[in-house]
Ligand binder design. Sequence first.
Ligand code: UDP
Length: 476
Amino acid sequence: MGNENHDMHILFFPFLANGHIIPCVDLARVFVSRGTKATIVTTPLNVPLISRTIGKANINIRTIKFPSPEETGLPEGCENSESALAPDKFIKFMKSTLLLRMPLEHLLAEEHPDCVVADMFFPWATDSAAKFNIPRIVFHGLGFFPLCVLACTRQYKPQDKVSSYTEPFVVPNLPGEITLTKMQLPQLPQHDKVFSQLLEESNESEVKSYGVIANSFYELEPVYADHYRNELGRRAWHLGPVSLCKRDNEEKALRGREAAIDEHECLKWLQNKEPNSVVYVCFGSMTTFPDAQLREIAMGLEASGQPFIWVVKKGSKSEGEKLEWLPEGFEEKVEGKGLIIRGWAPQVMILDHEAVGGFVTHCGWNSALEGVCAGLPMVTWPMYGEQFYNAKFLSDIVKIGVGVGVQTWIGMMGGEPVKKDAIEMAVKRIMVGEEAEEMRKRAKELGQKAKRAVEEGGSSYNCFTSLIKDLRSRGH
Ligand code: UDP
């Protein structure tokens, strides 16, 4: 590991959501592994999550105060989007983050880093950094494909030219004839002026800033990496997959919230299973399904006949809450065959275990990329954000995904339940038979390429070198 960059100090400012914080901390780890100094800025209640994810790496944390309930209209202690999922709270939460501007500027004056890597949802950070002549880089935590789709739908607005929510349109100026419907695009509340302006500015900040860091590697999506840079004219560096900064199980288990299962217990459960036999089912850090959907998932998993690990963000073992939403007698029937984790799972550790052979995912970019790194075929079950684009990428571009059949952006609470039969069928398609084997082979090849990309001389490693060179040349 080099220390040639010890004179460089990078300040990271992730959006206050688990799916943004985790890859940003991993990114900071990538920087320190190449010798730079790194500081992460956050609010007090997010510190435990960040410290755990930092693990043994040498990264500083600086805190700034989250605005008070009087200023925000939010309840006390609401400093992470996971406690602001209801639509009215979410808008207030987004608006509250505008008040972090002054504290960040005070901190910039004190720290005077060489570069600020700030989340897309802090568009104002570009002007804040400029006050101190510091370059600002945007980090969305996304790969090039979703970045390209976002840029093209924003620029050409094909969704405004269709007559209904279900009429397909091809995304203009994007290689690969990508077809979407308006139903699959983010449905965001536009009625609030401050909120819609924030989104507008966040879109523009990609162009106004010094550049963009993508959580991807060139070999995964060369066409879209080139398109984003050459056709859409963005300056971008791919430094991922950032989750590969963690190598051993102990480190992998320390990621995000405290896990609801002991890491050793989990590994012991996996050790008794055949290679590639277990399907891992998790819908990211925020999804809470209604009971009716949970029951369909339970029945679909049982019917698939595969051993499974299923992460459910509802209740907790320690609260002693009963699993009454499960079908009658379910736990007895799947005893030894199914493991339900209620709360936070050590996802990367589980995905990387040789017993795991498939992943049912909501297609958050982090999860999708972690599935790629682990070499797994995936059932795609997109719900919100840019997840429909990521699902398309997995099934149509790299061909390692099978859709469960959802067609509509439904937000984080779930909509019309996906039925047991669809779940059973999709799980079988990624786990057994010729199609599954072919997908697994493709996924494994991509997983190996991912690992090579971050090693010395790999594409992401080299891209890091050129980013530092760019930053240095700017300073002279
Ligand atoms: N994650 C985890 N355990 C969980 C749920 C999520 O470790 O029980 C991690 C997962 O590995 C990923 C991140 O949280 O790195 C979730 O990000 P993603 O983009 O997949 O989804 P989001 O939560 O932002 O919708």
